[in-house]
Design a protein around this ligand. Structure first.
Ligand SMILES: Nc1nc2c(ncn2[C@@H]2O[C@H](COP(=O)(O)OP(=O)(O)OP(=O)(O)O)[C@@H](O)[C@H]2O)c(=O)[nH]1
Ligand SMILES: [Mg+2]
Length: 139
């Protein structure tokens, strides 16, 4: 796991995917961390926009649903998919979220780190859920 301190405001934790050393590493590190970390504000599950939800994504989603941890799906690498394929994948994921999940935030975030698209909105969301987007009182 990699910990990134964002000033004194919050810490972003990058967790390993359900990869080569799964399920051992995943169970011991990821599951343990998500279950035990008391001040966890939100969990983000990154889904490849070119391929949509994969078997390993479903394993992660099942775990988050089982633990009752609020999470958000971020569709990544959207620059790699054609517009038509991206639309299909996004609509499929959206339908899955609506019909099959309880703890998932209903709005997907679509991003590309290469083109920097969707990043500002995601940053605003993170600032909001971590309590760093104060709304000034006006009257
Ligand atoms: N085209 C494109 N490639 C990307 C984008 N984001 C990441 N990549 C590439 O995708 C590959 C995987 O990126 P990682 O960030 O290592 O993926 P990861 O999901 O953290 O992988 P694990 O931690 O092993 O699960 C790298 O070669 C990145 O350069 C993107 O927005 N667009
Ligand atoms: Mg990684």
């Amino acid at each position: 796991m990699n910990f990134f301190n964002v000033g004194k405001y919050f810490t972003l934790v990058d967790m390993p995917g359900y990869g080569y050393h799964a399920p051992q590493d995943f169970v011991e590190m990821v599951e343990a961390y998500l279950q035990e970390r008391q001040n966890l504000k939100r969990t983000f599950l990154l889904v490849d926009g070119l391929v949509g939800l994969q078997k390993t994504d479903h394993i992660g989603i099942e775990m988050l649903e089982e633990f009752g941890i609020p999470y958000v799906l971020v569709v990544t690498k959207i620059d790699r998919a054609s517009k038509g394929l991206l639309l299909k994948n996004v609509l499929d994921i959206q339908q899955f979220v609506e019909e099959k999940t309880q703890g998932c935030f209903p709005q997907l975030f679509l991003v590309s780190s290469v083109e920097f698209s969707g990043i500002h909105l995601l940053r605003c969301f993170i600032a909001h859920v971590t309590g760093n987007l104060p709304i000034a009182e006006t009257n």
